[in-house]
Design a protein around this ligand. Sequence first.
Ligand SMILES: Cc1cc2nc3c(=O)[nH]c(=O)nc-3n(C[C@H](O)[C@H](O)[C@H](O)COP(=O)(O)OP(=O)(O)OC[C@H]3O[C@@H](n4cnc5c(N)ncnc54)[C@H](O)[C@@H]3O)c2cc1C
Length: 305
Amino acid sequence: MAGIVGRAVLALTEFGPFRSTFTKTRPGRAVARRFVAGETLDEAMSVAATLVEAGCEVSLDHLGEHVTERSEAIRARDDYMACLDRIGESGLPANISVKLTQLGMGLDDELAAESLSELAARAAEVGTTVTVDMEESDHTESTISIYQEAQQRHGNLGIAVQSYLHRTKADLDRLIPLGGHIRICKGAYAEPESVAFQSGEDVDASFDSLLTLLMQAPEVKPAIASHDDGRLALAKKLIPQRKAPYEFQLLYGVRGALQRELVAAGYPLRIYVPYGVAWYPYLTRRMAERPANLLFFLRAVIGRR
Ligand SMILES: Cc1cc2nc3c(=O)[nH]c(=O)nc-3n(C[C@H](O)[C@H](O)[C@H](O)COP(=O)(O)OP(=O)(O)OC[C@H]3O[C@@H](n4cnc5c(N)ncnc54)[C@H](O)[C@@H]3O)c2cc1C
């Protein structure tokens, strides 16, 4: 969740010269490499194989969002098809995470719905699943309705929900009966007070109550997506009572030691692995969550002058 400093970071990263310093310089790319597996599918598959070797499952995110042309949306679908083919060939325990605005939602919702359905069908053929990421709040309703249609048809999908939104408890009342996996996260965008809790304490309290609800729902597989020790402690307290599957999820490049600890303790863990050339917006959200990441970049750029 973007706090006051995080919002300032997001505003700064929108600034054109900052963006080009970041994307066109070696220090910028080096910071990106910490959070992004690479620009190609080959690089992503190689990172995925290493993570699997270390005891994790993986979710591959081919970066991109808010496409403005139908052709870009179709290319995004095709890129994900290629990713599913590679998952099938490799036999790795991996699925895909998809943003619906990358598949054309907001431009042509029907195209996005069709593409999601095609991806779910292909994922079923290779024995895996599709997770729908949750984006800005003006897309929540259409994301849920497109997801609902695909999940009712194919049954091998899951969706992310954000604890910072006031609406999420009501959304879970609709989503839980659909089964699938539900990723609970805090939420990564700058949202207004009218739709989202603004204080860290409120977002955490909401996360805890939604997580408790999900862990008591045998119809779904909860995916606990947080690096926050307080949230993880609650999850670990709830796990012994849960008789159905669940998993932890962490972002590639964030809290590597925690990743190893969870695996060593025998918890199921999936790492979210982003890749592709469109990494800048993803990276700005990682910097807003932890402005120290931005300082690291600025120091590297200044140090080179
Ligand atoms: C697997 C996964 C999938 C996600 N999918 C979505 C999604 O679909 N939609 C969405 O809006 N958000 C998504 N998020 C992002 C999420 O909403 C939060 O913005 C992000 O996880 C930070 O919140 P936190 O729960 O880790 O807690 P925080 O309180 O933000 O962080 C706890 C601790 O984790 C470490 N940490 C957290 N972020 C970083 C970082 N960027 N760099 C370095 N250290 C860090 C720090 O030590 C920090 O003190 C996802 C997160 C994960 C883990």
